[in-house]
Design a protein around this ligand. Structure first.
Ligand code: ATP
Ligand code: MG
Ligand code: MG
Ligand code: MG
Length: 460
């Protein structure tokens, strides 16, 4: 079966050509001796109008019985449409129903459903306009990420999913057990044996392993799934999410910020240029003014401030926050939102955080109290990127790890990178779903990943 894609027909308008289209029925309307059937094949937000007349053999038995959700295959001639709002329509010469959908039980109807309702039918929601548009934009962004790095000479490295290093040290690692170990544990409450007798878990970040390859290939990136057992039900946290993590040898914090800013701008500009239909849909139905806000991000320089300046700004605002601010506390989402939405109105890069609230691998500054870390904050979401210059000095890294009680034996390989030919290097993690949220204007992160995993919830 080789069919024409509706998006391609709309783009090329091959009027007068014989075409064949397969897709799902959105609506059917009967008028006199015709039926008008709107068909969508997932390639575009717009439906193709099919005109089927009662001269068709199966008009009464099939055409007049199709309803929302049925899958159909139609061939015929593509005509210029007399109707407003659409350039072409398909005059059916054959009309085949491939799969029926019982209208009594099919959960999607013509009306707009709430996103909460659609989450309950994760296996059918990509058939809606909004969720299929999100899926196409997500696909476009994934490809654009690879293109961005490829154009700049970065190599893609596949970092492991099962690992022994909990690099964020935040106790958010899902543990991995073999079936036998899990049975033993459940049955007899035996001690924690882990993965083939060794403690292991699902990766929270590919960073440490990306550092290995950066210190051999120069500039690399990894883009894969990461897992965090965070029991938080927020609109921006998932238990399984995708992260884009570049890692660059011979690069300091300011080069790191430059790359992150360039990447975000490249991705936003790419989607604005190549997904106009989807962006128009989000702009009209999901977040008014979205396109203008994204263009603004592409056109302006991000603002760069230090953590100390951010804290001063928050303190001098006179605003009372649920979580009080003082130098040394981690910025909460209410603080991040206030800074981006009410103070600066632009993406904000906050750098030089207190060492005490950041992981062991970040480079300690000359003051001994801050680290060369940077977060990028955006309005509506908060943190979208977290990165740092890594500690490349063996003695300082070792003593920091010891102070934090990290099992140094487990990290000899990581220390070796500092023992042999160490170099200044930097990298960051861009939360892919938060990027998709930014681009689509979707309020909840559960809408921008095909199969969301949150505490107690993992459909399909
Ligand atoms: P947050 O403060 O929002 O919990 P984090 O500081 O714990 O994020 P990092 O360890 O810096 O996150 O991870 C890098 C990026 O990955 C973040 O900037 C964010 O975009 C994304 N990210 C982190 N945790 C999650 C999550 N649970 N779900 C989705 N994206 C996440
Ligand atoms: Mg977190
Ligand atoms: Mg954070
Ligand atoms: Mg972070």
């Amino acid at each position: 079966m080789s069919n024409d894609r509706i998006a391609t027909l709309f783009a090329n308008l091959p009027i007068g050509r014989q075409v064949s289209v397969a897709g799902w029925v959105r609506t059917r309307r009967d008028a006199g001796s015709f039926s008008f059937i709107e068909v969508n094949d997932g390639s575009t937000c717009s439906n193709l109008q099919v005109i089927a007349d009662r001269g068709l053999d199966n008009y009464d038995t099939e055409v007049k019985r199709v309803n929302t959700g049925c899958s159909v295959l139609i061939s015929g001639e593509l005509k210029q449409s007399p109707a407003q709002g659409q350039a072409v329509e398909l005059l059916a010469e054959t009309f085949t129903v491939l799969g029926w959908a019982d209208p009594e039980t099919y959960p999607l109807q013509k009306k707009r459903h709430s996103f909460e309702y659609l989450r309950e039918i994760a296996h059918l929601r990509p058939r809606t306009n909004a969720l299929s548009a999100v899926a196409r934009v997500r696909s476009r962004l994934s490809q654009a990420i690879h293109r961005f790095f490829d154009e700049r000479g970065f190599f893609l490295v596949h970092t492991p999913v099962i690992t022994t290093s909990d690099c964020e040290g935040a106790g958010e690692m899902f543990q991995v057990l073999t079936g036998a170990e899990a049975d033993q544990r459940g049955g007899r409450g035996e001690a924690d044996k882990g993965f083939f007798g060794k403690r292991a878990g699902l990766t929270v970040s590919g960073q440490l392993q990306a550092e290995v390859y950066a210190q051999a290939l120069g500039s690399v990136y990894t883009f894969g799934p990461t897992f965090r057992a965070e029991n938080s039900n927020t609109s921006r946290h998932l238990a399984e999410f995708w992260m884009v993590e570049p890692e660059m040898a011979f690069c300091d914090l300011s080069g790191n910020m430059d790359l992150a800013e360039a990447l975000l701008k490249y991705l936003l500009a790419d989607v604005l240029a190549h997904c106009p239909e989807e962006m128009d849909l989000f702009n009209r139905f999901i977040s008014k003014g979205l396109i203008e806000r994204l263009q603004h991000i592409v056109d302006r320089q991000f603002i760069r401030i230090t953590y100390t300046e951010a804290v001063d700004k928050l303190l001098s605002s006179g605003k009372s926050f649920a979580f009080p601010v003082s130098w040394g506390v981690d910025l909460q989402s209410e603080h991040e939102r206030f800074l981006t939405e009410e103070v600066y109105g632009l993406p904000l890069i906050v750098s030089d955080y207190p060492a005490a609230i950041k992981p062991f691998y970040m480079r300690v500054g000359d003051d001994g109290t801050t680290v060369a870390a940077m977060d990028i904050l955006v309005a509506g979401i908060g943190e979208i990127v977290g990165g740092s210059q890594r500690e490349e000095r063996y003695d300082i890294l070792l003593s920091r790890m010891q102070k934090l009680g990290i099992d140094v034996d487990e990290y000899q390989w990581y220390l070796d990178l500092r023992r042999y030919g160490t170099v200044p290097h930097s990298g960051f993690g861009l939360g892919f779903e938060r990027l998709v949220q930014l681009v689509t204007g979707m309020h909840n992160i559960r809408e921008v990943i095909p199969f969301p995993r949150t505490p107690g919830y993992a459909p399909c």
